[in-house]
Every structure is written in C-alpha cells, then in structure tokens.
Ligand binder design. Sequence first.
Ligand code: PLP
Length: 389
Amino acid sequence: MMDFDDALADLASQGLLRTRLVVDGPQGPLLTVDGRGFLSFCSNDYLGLANHPQIVAAAQDALRDYGMGAAASALISGHGAAHERLEHDLAAFIGWPAALSFSNGYMANIGVIGALVGAGDTVIVDRLSHASLIDGARLSGASLKVFPHNDVARLEQVLARCSSPRKLVVTDAVFSMDGDVAPLAALADTCARHGAWLLVDDAHGLGVLGPQGRGSLAHAGITSSQAPHVLLMGTLGKAAGVAGAFVAGERSAIAWIMQRARTYMFTTAHPPALAAATSASLNIIARDDWRRAHLRALAEQLRSKLAGLPWTLLPSDTAIQPLIVGDNHAARGLMQRLREQGLWVPAICPPTVPKGSARLRISLSALHTDEHIARLADALVNAARESTA
Ligand SMILES: Cc1ncc(COP(=O)(O)O)c(C=O)c1O
C-alpha cells in the first residue's frame, strides 16, 4: 500500500506539492486572503464578469423563480426553461445551429469525445491539449495519437495513415498554459479532406477572441455551413464569469451527443440560476467591446515592459501571458517573492506543463488597470535584477 506521507514529502521535495489559499469575498483583480490584500493575476475571469451586478441579479431573479437545485438529470426532469433558453442563446451567440449545455468543461470534453468515438476509432490530439481532452480520448476506448503542437503538416501525415472508420482531431483553440492560438482554419481544412471531425476547445477564446467575443472559430472566420465536421466546446466559468460549458455544432451531431454523452446523461443538470446568469453574461460579452480592447492594451503594455527579462515571455496576444522560468523550484521561488509583495501570480509546474518549462502563468482581466500592470512589471524587473546580481 502507498505511504501517503512519504509520497507527499516526495512531491514537496520536487517542488510539485500543490497548496490552496482561501479567498474571502468575490473574485476580481483585488483579492483578500487571510485578511491580506493581493493583486491577482491568477484567474480566468478575463472580462471581469465573475462579480458583475447584472449577472448576479439574473441569478438572484432565477433563484426566486426556479429555486436552487435542478433535482434530476436533464433527460429526466432537470432541464428547465432557463437551460432551454441558455442553449438557444449559446447557439445564437456562437452562430452555430445547436448547442447542448454541460455542468463544466471537463465533463463536456469527456462526454463529447466518448459520444463520437470508441474502440476501433482514433482520436488525434495536439500535444499541448488540455488534460480533459486527453482524458476524454483515453476513456473513449479509441486509439490515441498525438501530433506536435500546432503542426498541421504532421497531423496531415497521421490522418493520411489512419484507416479507422471514425477519426476525431481535438485541440485547444487558445492553449491554456501557453496563450497561443491553434491554426484553426488549416486544421478544419485538413480534417475535412481526411473525413475527420474536429473538436475545438475554446475555453480560453470564448468572450475574448472574435467579433463581440464570439470565440475562436468566429475569429478564424470558420462558419458552420462551411465546416459541418467542426464542433466547438466552450466553457462558461472563465470569460463568461459563471460556470458550466457547452458543445455547439450541427443539429444532428448535437442530438446524437445528447443521446450518448455519459457526462450529460448520468449527472444532475446544473442549477437553473447558473443558466440564467450565463444568458445575462452572453449579452454583456457581446455588448462590451471595451473589455476586449482594454485587455489587448494591457497585454501590449505588459509585454513591452517585460521585454529583456532573463525569463522567456511566450508570444501571445491573448489574456494568458506565460513567463517561462524552467526549473520548478525557481518558478515557485519567483511566485513566492511576488506574493511577499502582495502580487499573486501562479507558478505552473509539470505535469500541467512539460518538464523543464515551469512558468508563471500571468492572466489578465479587463478590470486590471495600467497601474496594476506597472506594479507587476516593476516587481518582475526587480526580481530579475536580483537573480542576476
Ligand atoms: C482548455 C480547457 N478546457 C477545459 C477546461 C475545463 O473546464 P471547466 O473548468 O469548466 O471544467 C479547462 C479549465 O478548466 C481548460 O483550460
């Protein structure tokens, strides 16, 4: 039997022990932890909607109208008017024929992949895809192949050699730990030529990329009529500021997924108040272009201030700005140093990222100010100066 204490001590000695802090109060750039104020660059609340008064009010109204729990799975009696409205709103927002909502993105990916492929089929994943896509592929029973990050030519070779009856290519749209964007138009085209589906995980692009924040497919100019083999998975706990997820695609594909996705069928529907809050959030996402414009300006400001550091800032025009430190202990040390100055930036270590590429994952929010960015940049420049002194 495993000795848990030894195993935990071993993780700690490798700089891999994960810990949690308790945040008191609502999410936003300024957080209170243990009574102490922090300026946060941790969250995926890219548009600053997690505590938006109109979204909170929509949830409160729905709590009054529908109560708290959904009380059953969607296919029994848990699918209410708020869920139905949300699925229409999501399909209209994305501009795709139909959408099906899930409790979270992890479950959506597992359910969708398992509904599309099984034993004898093949799933081909970008090497840096999110854990939920890899787990979904493993659980499906299909054979799993990996292509190098964003390498469409290599994907083409894998597809050309694959004789499985059903082939599914999966990728993040915006890579969660790198902030770069997948070459979606080329991927969609390659998949179409090889008779493969493409599942795009837009957890970090929805709300941030594309006209009115309609996501990475819109950003890449991909429409459902041109690309009926493409499915979009979006999460609603990041830029949308609420919780949940959905998959959008052709009507018949969505109808099939509803029949077959085990993480949709065998779980309680999420609370109707969350669905109502998400519908309110979609309106704000489409309306508030200023949030995306400000986010882009903040990213440019940060990038110009961090040029010349001894650590590598990966190329990214999204809200995710990763600073590669390399060594796990060094990344954690830098995180700790910033924390002592009231700045909270998470260090991300393997297995979340490849070995030797531990990093600070700086994530920006539309509620950050120019002063917030200057404070972070100054602290990093000072830390760099001391580390090389
Ligand atoms: C790319 C990606 N896909 C899926 C998920 C899972 O989404 P959720 O948090 O809604 O489970 C995440 C993060 O949590 C993610 O970063």
